[in-house]
Write a protein that binds this ligand. Structure first.
Ligand SMILES: Nc1ncnc2c1ncn2[C@@H]1O[C@H](COP(=O)(O)OP(=O)(O)O)[C@@H](O)[C@H]1O
Ligand SMILES: [Mg+2]
Length: 255
């Protein structure tokens, strides 16, 4: 592949005390594509994402994001540079509307600003707040969710909520998203909707690195695949090449 790489991982070693979870992992993640990380339970997939987001103890190695080593940076510094992981929304957020949830995720509205947006009449919103509301509405419209603006999060289906979690991350205009099992716990019929949504994100130029077990979705969605087992990378390459290698497929199916 002649792709540019958004992320270059070199000799990454992660451990908790004397427990080694990732052992000398090196990888190139292509820019503007969806890359799947697959492998059996305990392989270290989630730990890899944590290490990239800044929430796992890196013992050695470098992570170059857009050419700069981010290993020493705190999670918030990484997300400001554009590498974001998504979070499940706490149950309390169910009492906020879809629009309010997006505003909470918008850095420019953060701090004390957002309380005003929720509690004051629209007339008294500051220009920056008005812009944030306009941005959130535009985002909802782009993904055909404008009718949901005033729905309470708590009333959404599991799949819709998952999509909103992704939209919250998109609000910050990331360059790269880290997704740990975006299809877990959602109904099979919704996997396709989320898949379509991920393709829309990719087509906006967002690079996606996602851990997933759902073979069909992975095959349909991904441009590149990383197979992990026991803290190491067994294979890195195109989906087609992965299928040709029996050992790889075996490890993958075991996941
Ligand atoms: N905070 C932690 N402390 C100690 N061991 C951990 C911690 N997090 C993960 N591990 C260990 O690292 C290994 C890989 O875990 P994980 O990255 O969650 O795997 P996967 O996501 O591929 O299922 C497991 O053996 C797990 O027990
Ligand atoms: Mg995991």
């Amino acid at each position: 592949m002649t792709d540019a790489h958004i992320l270059t991982i070199e000799g990454l070693t992660v451990g908790y005390g004397s427990i080694r979870v990732l052992e000398d992992v090196s990888l190139n993640i292509p820019e503007g594509r969806i890359t799947a990380v697959v492998g059996p339970n305990g392989a270290g997939k989630s730990t890899l994402l944590h290490a990239l987001a800044g929430t796992a103890p890196v013992q050695a190695g470098r992570v170059l994001f857009g050419g700069q080593d981010i290993v020493g940076l705190a999670p918030y510094q990484r997300s400001r540079r554009g590498i974001m992981r998504t979070f499940q929304m706490p149950a309390d957020f169910g009492r906020l509307t879809v629009l309010e949830n997006l505003l909470l995720a918008d850095r420019s509205v953060g701090g004390t600003g957002f309380a005003q947006v929720f509690t004051r009449p629209r007339r008294s919103w500051l220009p920056g707040q008005r812009e944030a509301v306009a941005r959130a509405r535009k985002l909802l419209a782009e993904f055909g969710l404008e009718a949901k603006e005033n729905d309470y999060m708590g009333d959404l289906s599991g799949g819709q909520r998952r999509i909103l979690e992704l939209l919250r991350a998109v609000t910050t205009e990331p360059r790269m998203l880290l997704l740990d099992e975006p299809f877990a716990g959602v109904h099979a019929s919704i996997i396709e909707r989320i898949s379509d949504f991920l393709v829309q994100l990719r087509d906006r130029g967002i690079s996606i690195l996602m851990v997933a077990h759902e073979l069909d979705a992975v095959e349909r969605l991904t441009d590149a695949v990383v197979v992990m087992a026991r803290g190491q990378v067994l294979f890195e390459g195109s989906m087609a090449a992965a299928r040709r290698e029996k050992e790889v497929v075996d490890a993958y199916v075991a996941g």
